[in-house]
Design a protein around this ligand. Sequence first.
Ligand code: COA
Length: 167
Amino acid sequence: MFEFDKSTIAIVVPKLPALGLRAASQADLDLLRKWKNEQRQFFFHQEEITEDQQKQWYESFIKRPYDLMLMTTYEQQVFGCLGIRWQEDHWDIYNIILGLQDFGSRGLMGQSFAALLAYAITLKQAPITLQVLKHNPAVAWYQKQRFGITEIHESHFSMKYQPNLKR
Ligand SMILES: CC(C)(COP(=O)(O)OP(=O)(O)OC[C@H]1O[C@@H](n2cnc3c(N)ncnc32)[C@H](O)[C@@H]1OP(=O)(O)O)[C@@H](O)C(=O)NCCC(=O)NCCS
């Protein structure tokens, strides 16, 4: 029987082979927590995450086969992270963070994100959605990645991947 082991995921971006995505491991936890805390203004959870909370999250995360946290690498240097998790009947995007600003505004996060979407669809063909705070400049970035706004809430937008959307 096919068993999917998320800890072995490694994706190379064909257009730019120096760019890759690999499964996050326990060794990445400090970095993930640091980046999330540094950029928490952009996320729903505004409190600092403690080391214990991060460990608890990881314990449950490793038990969910279709909850993926990938680290983005450029020439082996880890510079960001991308999360996607299965929720009943669709994929939900989360924890998209450019951790090292030197790697920003070069299209590297965008290309990594596109590779993540393509990979998730090979696992399960289903809608891909996300929730983003209205004030977050990432709204425009997601629109460039072909996500359209589907619902407007008081503090956030729901967005959905629409591959045929014009950029
Ligand atoms: C959202 C986020 C991941 C984007 O990272 P980034 O490094 O800016 O992303 P990219 O490099 O892919 O795109 C940024 C810009 O580079 C441009 N760019 C430059 N060179 C490019 C290239 N070769 N190919 C494609 N785009 C390129 C893009 O067009 C884009 O233009 P813009 O500034 O007008 O939007 C980053 O801003 C971030 O971590 N934000 C904080 C956390 C957050 O809010 N996450 C989302 C929570 S829901």
